[in-house]
Design a protein around this ligand. Sequence first.
Ligand SMILES: [Zn+2]
Ligand SMILES: [Zn+2]
Length: 224
Amino acid sequence: MGRQDWARPAVLLNPLEGEPTDADSHIGGPMLWPIDEPWPSCDEHGEPFVGAVQLYQRDFAELPFPDGIDLLQVFLCTLDHDAEHAYGPDVRLVWRDSTTVFELIEEEPEPSVQEELYVPTVNVFEPIRYVEYPTPVERPEDLRDEEWPETSSGSKIGGWTAWWQSGPLEFECPECGSVQRQTLSLATHEPSGDDVEWEFGSEGNLNVLLCTKDVRHPAQVLID
Ligand SMILES: [Zn+2]
Ligand SMILES: [Zn+2]
């Protein structure tokens, strides 16, 4: 096996300051949320989640959208959670058919206390599509010394994990046992230098791993 066998498509989100609406893909902007659906809240803290990321299929067809779904919404509980491999915010994913949302929530609930570190600034995206290869620690021994392009530690869809403080870990779907794959990564530092001003771990990344059989099975989070 050579380098080409390890290639994975990736999309660098490349966030930059903007004024998105609920009809746009964004970080930290208004969420498309129907008036008649309860806003998600944290089981542990009893606080509302914060709308963190919206990704529409028309902008990011690379995401594994299930049939009839065209919007992935990511919410964070912006308080600390002591989960295995994920000390930091809790994550909730909502897969939505945006065409069924007519009347929107009037005001998004806001938690009474938040860790400032986990609160995003408002950003739109200028995505960059590329092919990504794993870091040396994740390659077979005979390929470790080869010079491959660096695994990006920016916010991205797909690609490989940019291992930082922990080593390569494998994740298994808690529901069906299938392998999970890193699908979305949110970064403290962007390659552009335009950071979202949130921090995960020690200037690391919050990685969302999803079941390769059904993305609606429970996600796992790695904060590294
Ligand atoms: Zn919480
Ligand atoms: Zn599964």
